[in-house]
Design a protein around this ligand. Sequence first.
Ligand code: AMP
Ligand code: MG
Length: 342
Amino acid sequence: MMERKPIKLILSILLVFLIIFMTACSQARQSPVTDKVSKTNIKMDTVVSITLYDWEDSTTIDRAMDEIDRLEALLSVQKEGSELYKLAESAGTAWIAISPETSEVLNIAKKYLLLSNGYFNITVGPLVSLWDIHNGKGHYPNDVEREAAIEFVTCGNLLLKEDEAYLECAGMRADLGAIAKGYIADKVKELLLNEGVEHAIIDLGRNILLIGGKPDGSDFNIGVQDPLSDEGEILTVLNANDKSIVTSGIYERYFEYEGVRYHHILDPYTGYPSDSGLASVTIVSDTSTAGDALSTTCLLLGLDEGMELIESLPETEALFMTTDGEVYMTDIEISLPLSYNR
Ligand code: AMP
Ligand code: MG
């Protein structure tokens, strides 16, 4: 009888340990293994990544990625069968039916055409096709080709009715490369907000859109690339919360011809890549559609006119870098000093 006591004691201790162990295991299973989920894909010809903080269900990101595909299939003029593709195909011959989304982007794009005195012009499509800049390659056009393409940019207008669009003359082509990513980022944010996400980074290449800040209440820190560094060095880090940060730069897409670099943001008046003296423009704004349109617009307008435009707009800030390496900023909060010191 005397011997049973220690056995009982040992069994009770073991039982207590077992209970503690099982509770710990079940807690480990219930609590999130990680407090964020993230996925990266190649879409819209760029690296797209979405990170949700304080969130476990990665299928939310799958739905966001599907939304990107759905909108790209409407808005990319390169995608056969898209509404923009059909618009170019029917140029000069027929109006085509468009979805509310396409109608919305086209209307916004027309607003920036006016705001930029014609520099931001989505019907620059024939020039985009002519220069054909991608993967470090491109075509250096001769004067005849360039003037013929300018003729297709200027021969008519993009006309819009509520659910129809028309390009006035054959050969015209609308290209949403300067605004579609921003619009799509805003739509993805809308979807994620509807799903209840409160902290996220939507990164569509150089279009970054934030939902809230970090779960601990602090700002997200977003790096801005030095446009004049071939190694992609960081120029500075911006602190932001619930904002869009979009950068347009002459380093994003370019090719070299006879030792000279030609980039992808084209001056619709000259038919050459913009020579405004700016190497990059970063816009901090509420929506990514505005940020995307404005970054391209400012790059085309140059420092003085670009700065004037940004200062006239509420809730919009900008960081400009000239091709000489000078940096100009409006009211932007940075957490790393500007690293530019050439
Ligand atoms: P982003 O990188 O947003 O500045 O947009 C550049 C893209 O916009 C180019 O790759 C072209 O597809 C298109 N684009 C080029 N020049 C213009 C322009 N003057 N106005 C509007 N879109 C343009
Ligand atoms: Mg843009």
